[in-house]
Design a protein around this ligand. Structure first.
Ligand SMILES: C[S@@+](CC[C@H](N)C(=O)[O-])C[C@H]1O[C@@H](n2cnc3c(N)ncnc32)[C@H](O)[C@@H]1O
Length: 213
């Protein structure tokens, strides 16, 4: 996939079906890391740093939900984390992630379906650059609370144009249920600052929630 056809369709992709999104990322997988580096993408490193600075211990189990080619796993591994599970819809992206040898487990998972993980399995959950595509964030937030241990951190990014009232309500549903609390809502941060077309226009928020039970 070339840089130009990747870029022009990224915004439109949000409304595509999950199968179409998976195919898109399958086709992009081989060039994804090179393209994202050229765009100045730093979100995986930010999220990994927040997890470390919050005191999550190095042997704690971490879920990378929507791991793609493994950039967040790599960033966590570089900080010393060694129990990372990755999940994504794109088999080709998972295959690239597997070559990086920083995940204990990698599996295909549609984040709009029930998560195939035990209750209280993780001390932290990262979800980077992925919530844009999730059709039902309310159910996914409830699942994060289920698979997160009491005290687990859920650290995610969301594009500013997708951080709408419905998305905020999905987050708040778990606050109202007493299942998590917001520890930080930061941003907007530059998302792809060196992107040739919309580098100056796109931004993301980075949020940190703490699972309560
Ligand atoms: C922009 S990439 C981010 C990947 C990685 N987290 C990163 O920061 O480089 C978005 C990822 O979300 C995945 N994705 C999109 N919809 C998904 C879904 N419903 N279930 C699981 N993964 C999904 C795509 O396959 C892709 O790997």
């Amino acid at each position: 996939m070339t840089e130009s056809n990747t870029n022009t369709s990224l915004h439109a992709l949000r409304s595509a079906s999950t199968d179409e999104i998976g195919s898109y990322y399958d086709q992009w997988a081989a060039g994804y890391d090179t393209d994202l580096a050229a765009f100045g993408y730093q979100a995986p490193q930010w999220v990994a740093r927040h997890i470390a600075e919050a005191g999550v211990t190095l042997n704690a189990p971490i879920l990378d939900a929507g791991c793609g080619t493994g950039l967040t796993g790599q960033a966590l591994h570089a900080l010393g984390y060694d129990k990372i599970s990755g999940a994504d819809i794109s088999e080709e992206s998972l295959a690239i992630a597997r070559t990086k040898a920083c995940y204990g487990t990698l599996q295909r998972q549609d984040l709009d379906q029930p998560l195939a993980f035990e209750d209280n399995a993780f001390a932290a959950i990262a979800c980077v650059g992925t919530l844009t595509y999730v059709k039902n964030p309310r159910d996914l937030m409830a699942s994060f609370c289920r698979v997160g241990q009491p005290g687990a951190l859920v650290v995610f990014t969301q594009r500013d144009d997708c951080y709408d009232a419905a998305f905020a309500a999905a987050l708040d549903s778990q606050v109202q249920a007493g299942r998590w609390r917001c520890r930080a809502h930061t941003g907007p941060h530059a998302y792809l600052p060196d992107h040739p077309e919309y580098g100056q226009d796109s931004a993301i928020y980075l949020d940190i929630y703490e699972v309560l039970d």
